[in-house]
Write a protein that binds this ligand. Sequence first.
Ligand code: NAD
Length: 248
Amino acid sequence: MFSLDGKSALVTGASRGIGRAIAESLAGCGAKVVIGYVHGEEKAQQVADGIIAAGGEAEIVGFDVGDASLAEKEVVALAKRLGGLDIMVANAGIALDGLLLRLKEDDFDRTFSVNVKGAVACARGAIKSMMRARQGRIVFLSSVVGEMGNAGQVAYAASKAALLGVTKSLAREYASRSITVNAVAPGFIDTDMTHELPEAAKEQMLQSIPLGRTGTANEVAAAVTFLCSDEAAYITGQTLRVNGGMYV
Ligand code: NAD
């Protein structure tokens, strides 16, 4: 599709779901991909092995993005070891759902630690090497609910909306170094995360999608890959919605 030959990329939360599809797509375009994971080293290694078997380059790195100072250090160390980091995709995320009156403060804090602070920490780690290289691509995984809101998802929706503010601010901060920063906002994508939703909620969501179906992880990965390509050099601070028309 696009050529990412000679580029190195980190994708957090890439042992399954959308992150896995992004890692495979970037590798398929020629990037050397580092598969970030927190639990399940074996699954992460399987993703890397699959990429290598297909002729690509991949390795794994395990750390909890919810520990911001650790995450930043890990990304800095990774960039140093690879001799630079061209692409950083902050995909790792959690959804701890619940109506506001039942929402636990700890769950709210953890959601922000992983989805916002963790993503920002990974970006901080990556930007240090991107500034030296005077080029780079950062993509944050937001969500349709960050723009629309969703009953029962106060913490998750707020965290995904926060990433849009982060995206716009970092885009302005680092444009002078040719580092682009964008967000992809998926709608209802068929992954383990959405399998956990109650059937009634899934049915209701499907009815609100003009294209009449859930999206696939590969369809989100294609959008991320485009934003990481040379062809997207003039796009920064934007949100690319991959939602079947659910929010326009
Ligand atoms: P998923 O639950 O299948 O994958 C999330 C990944 O993040 C997992 O590999 C998990 O191990 C990793 N992760 C979670 N906490 C982590 C931590 N503390 N440190 C490191 N890694 C951690 O979810 P998915 O559906 O593939 O979603 C991927 C991203 O896309 C998430 O940010 C999610 O919020 C976003 N998103 C998903 C949908 C959807 O419909 N599936 C819609 C909109 C946005």
